[in-house]
Design a protein around this ligand. Structure first.
Ligand code: PRP
Length: 218
């Protein structure tokens, strides 16, 4: 469609945004000012290619995309599942690979095996609930935490946790282990459903260029 309209990207602030910018640079899309770490500016424009980029908190990316404030977003699969917003997930960008797991002390294995009514602490209550209720058909009590979730079983708040495991060192250092794997995670590109119809060619073209780079890299 029209080349005059800006395509807007919402990027999850931090490592995911940095990696996404590296990827975009590989297909010739740059946004100079955005690489300045000291800058507090939140929105950046590439006039030549009619692209706009803004940085937001990870969990807000699917919200911006669902409402069409951003045409395209890049966020972790964990965030996408947890926020459960309407958008097309179009590309696995490969980086930020890790796993969503049920973790706890080895002694909690029995509780899982026997489908006991256990307490589950997590930053991801939606994912935890979906896993235990819909996939395992196990009734559990879910306790929402905001970080350092590994503390849950250590201080007696919960029996297990549902959390991201990357290297596994946080678990190890706290005497916990992976008990069950829920799903693999990585950075994903999502697209607003209306934008996909209105800007099909531009967006498809972008996806296929990125896919070529991603397939080469990972
Ligand atoms: C994440 C996650 C684990 C840790 C896993 O926490 O919640 O705690 O990383 O990584 P590892 O397997 O490589 O040890 P994050 O650092 O985001 O901080 P948080 O605990 O405050 O959420």
């Amino acid at each position: 469609m029209s080349e005059d309209r800006y395509l807007t990207f919402a990027l999850a602030k931090g490592r995911l945004a940095d990696k996404t910018l590296e990827l975009l640079a590989q297909i010739g899309i740059s946004c100079g000012e955005m690489y300045d770490k000291k800058s507090r500016k939140l929105i950046f424009v590439n006039e030549e290619k009619k692209l706009r980029f803004f940085l937001s908190k990870g969990p807000d990316v699917p919200t911006y995309v669902e409402y069409g404030a951003a045409d395209i977003g890049v966020a972790g699969k964990d965030t996408i599942l947890e926020e459960n917003k309407r958008a097309y997930e179009v590309l696995d960008l490969g980086f930020g690979a890790c796993r969503m797991c049920v973790c706890g002390p080895a002694s909690a294995k029995e509780l899982l095996l026997h489908h006991e009514r256990i307490r589950v602490a997590s930053k991801y209550p939606v994912i935890a609930k979906d896993y235990f209720y819909n996939k395992k058909h196990q009734t559990v009590d879910i306790i929402k935490l905001n970080g350092s979730v590994e503390l849950g079983p250590i201080v007696g708040l919960s029996d297990v946790i549902v959390d991201i495991v990357e290297t596994g060192s946080t678990l190890k250092e706290n005497g916990l282990e992976v008990l069950e794997e829920i799903c693999p995670l990585s950075a994903r590109m999502i697209v607003n459903q209306v934008s996909m119809q209105m800007e099909t060619e531009r967006i498809r073209n972008l996806i296929s260029q990125l896919k070529n780079v991603v397939d080469k890299d990972y």
